[in-house]
Design a protein around this ligand. Structure first.
Ligand SMILES: Cc1ncc(COP(=O)(O)O)c(C=O)c1O
Length: 346
């Protein structure tokens, strides 16, 4: 079997953290009710953990992956003549193979950003479509926390977007594939960033922070969750052995595992950025606020570095690359990367 070298490609190239593996093993004992149906104690325990973090009023449903959490969560808020406004760089817009368009059957309105973050002023021009029968009706603003550019929305920025959405009869959706990393950056908790800030629906991810698979769709107003079960089943995202998603979330949210993993990943990104900033041939292009470092490097250096430590090119034209750290990135990984870099640049 080909051995893949450890690198900085993505936080889902890393494996499953030991605590989650242990939880899966323990959860594997005996029989359990399928499909997370009432009476399944494992799913009930995980839901309780979510309520501890986000508040009693939420409704939470599990799906397999982040694309499904986004697409099904948004589908619940929209009809086919609606539109969702999001950053052009959003996973929803770029990396979901038009699943949103196919399954929501609705339109995506893109906003150009230099840092992955959208502002209410950028959504305003779309409002002129409201009530005009020839245009798709803007219904949702979708933001990513962290963004795909590794940047973070402050609590105030989220609140402003939520207020703006609600003032205009729209909803705020958050893609939280890396919400744990954002919470560490903001020295915040999940609740302040979502429930208290006015988010309507959240795609809550754990796969990038040490879990094996599974995402949660969280509705902050349970009325919005009505009939979601049917949409999930129709969307082929009802996991038969639901306990294996639930048992992971239960452990992930218990005793701060999410916090430990994300703290480590973010700290590694800071360390990496600190090393890289010593080289004037490199330019860090985004503020390093999470577990990713975006850096422009000489074009000829990219394949040499990729050979030693694989990572993805973010922008071919500008030679910008993305280096992602994860729960299992070590200081030695970073020092090894910097050693190769140093040999090339000095
Ligand atoms: C911002 C963001 N949202 C969602 C996802 C989840 O995608 P997947 O369907 O691969 O789990 C990802 C994964 O790359 C992501 O980066």
């Amino acid at each position: 079997m080909k051995k893949i070298k450890k690198g900085f490609a993505s936080d889902n190239w890393s494996g499953v953290c030991p605590e989650i593996m242990e939880a899966l093993t323990l959860g594997n004992r005996g029989h359990n009710e399928a499909y997370g149906e009432l009476g399944d104690p494992v799913t009930a325990a995980a839901i309780k953990q979510f309520k501890n973090h986000f508040g009693e009023a939420i409704s939470v449903r599990f799906v397999y992956n982040g694309t499904a959490a986004n697409v099904l969560g948004l589908s619940q808020l929209m009809r086919s003549y609606h539109a969702v406004v999001t950053a052009s760089t959003a996973h929803l817009n770029e990396d979901e193979c038009a699943a949103p368009e196919k399954f929501m059957g609705a339109k995506i309105l893109e906003v150009e950003t230099s840092d992955g973050k959208i502002k209410a002023e950028q959504v305003k021009p779309f409002l002129s479509s409201i009530g005009f029968q020839h245009h798709a009706q803007p219904k949702v603003i979708s933001i990513s926390q962290l963004t795909e550019m590794g940047t973070v929305y402050s609590l105030e920025e989220i609140k402003q977007l939520a207020d703006f959405a609600h003032d205009n009869n729209m909803y705020l959706h958050m893609d939280g594939a890396r919400i744990a990393n954002a919470a560490i950056t903001l020295e915040s908790d999940f609740r302040s960033m979502t429930t208290d800030a006015g988010v309507d629906v959240l795609s809550f991810g754990g796969t990038k922070n040490g879990m094996m698979f599974g995402e949660a769709v969280i509705f902050f107003n349970p009325n919005l969750a009505k009939d979601f079960e049917y949409l999930r089943k129709q969307g082929m995202q009802l996991h038969s052995k639901m306990r294996y998603i639930a048992v992971q979330f239960d452990r992930y949210l218990y005793e701060g595992l999410w916090h430990k993993n994300a703290t480590h990943a973010n700290a590694m990104a800071q360390l990496l950025a600190q090393h890289l900033s010593a080289y004037n041939q490199l330019e860090i292009t985004q503020k390093v606020t999470g577990n990713g470092v975006f850096v422009r490097m000489p074009q000829e250096l990219i394949p040499i570095m990729q050979h030693s430590y694989f990572f993805h090119i973010w922008n071919e034209q500008t030679h910008e690359v993305r280096l992602m750290c994860s729960w299992d990135t070590t200081k030695e990984d970073i020092e090894g990367f910097v050693k190769v870099l140093h040999e090339q640049l000095s």
